[in-house]
Design a protein around this ligand. Structure first.
Ligand code: NAP
Length: 262
């Protein structure tokens, strides 16, 4: 399959690198010419990546076209590009459901929205695909945990639920910083906490969904340190506050990008 990228910015670059790291390579990747430095660099780095002279050339030679510009750049980028009805379109554009994209890329009609998160560069983390389009699932297979969802009216729930990335790192850094104030050098503190968090995530992933509710209780001893920290934070309203913050973004935020800088 030939996959063409319109937009070679932060997230495309992460995805292209992850695709190129997969053990089984197949097909080639075409790059739009903007972001000259990055598209030239990727084409030089990977023999299966080719930088094209125009957006139309990318579309003409691709079986699947990935839309990866910012939402506000979409209309201009697509205004003079013609698609074919046999093409599949995979859109990274946040806040723009696949039915809306389909109207812009007609006569191409098989369109999916994807939500890749930055960890995809390491081939990790969730990759939402909505709705199921077999070619898209095949093309992105092996890039983290692919989660296929049909109902586009609920994509916003996924976007908002992943809006705790910077909070997670703040939490991580607070614990590391606290250890430093208590006499542990930063390097040792970081190695200790990062490994602890990785272990907890691994246990979470290995636990059946119906048992996830047991994990807090299984990771504390009655009257022990973990119970005390969780109770203190619970009494201060922490967990309810987190749900309220998610409600706030769901109800009020203008959705542009799950980019941590966004
Ligand atoms: N970053 C994330 O973690 C993330 C995650 C999920 C989804 N997304 C979505 O992915 C999209 C891209 O995000 P990003 O963070 O990668 O943005 P970005 O770094 O700003 O990249 C945007 C890219 O689009 C290019 N572009 C702009 N206008 C174009 C046009 N007319 N034709 C072709 N290319 C054009 C830009 O080129 P120039 O540099 O020359 O302007 C740049 O290469 C957004 O819609 C965002 O909502 C991002």
């Amino acid at each position: 399959m030939i996959i063409g990228f319109l937009g070679v910015g932060t997230i495309s670059t992460a995805v292209i690198r992850a695709m190129s790291d997969r053990p089984v390579q197949g097909g080639s990747i075409l790059l739009s010419p903007r972001s000259e430095h990055m598209s030239t660099q990727l084409a030089a780095e990977f023999p299966h990546c080719r930088r094209m002279a125009s957006n139309q050339e990318v579309v003409d030679e691709s079986d699947m076209v990935v839309l990866a510009m910012r939402p506000q750049q979409l209309d201009e980028a697509l205004s003079s590009v013609r698609f074919r009805d046999d093409q599949v379109v995979a859109s990274f554009i946040a806040g723009t459901p696949p039915s809306q994209i389909a109207a812009l890329v007609s006569p191409a009609s098989r369109v999916a929205q994807l939500i890749p998160l930055p960890a995809i560069e390491l081939g990790r983390g969730p990759l939402l695909i909505c709705p199921a389009v077999a070619e898209v699932e095949r093309a992105f297979e092996g890039l983290g945990d692919v989660i296929v969802w049909e109902d586009e009216s609920l994509i916003r729930v996924f976007s908002c639920a992943s809006a705790f990335m910077s909070t997670y790192y703040e939490l991580q850094n607070t614990i590391i910083g606290w250890m430093s104030t208590r006499g542990i050098d930063e390097d040792t503190a970081a190695r200790y906490i990062l490994s602890e968090l990785e272990g907890l995530a691994a246990v979470g992933k290995a636990t059946p969904v119906e048992r996830l509710g047991d994990l807090p209780g299984e990771h504390q001893t009655r009257g022990g340190l973990n119970e005390r920290v969780r109770r203190t934070l619970g009494e201060q309203g922490w967990f309810g506050d987190l749900a309220s913050a998610l409600d706030d973004v769901y109800d009020n935020a203008v959705l542009r990008s799950p980019d941590p800088t966004g």
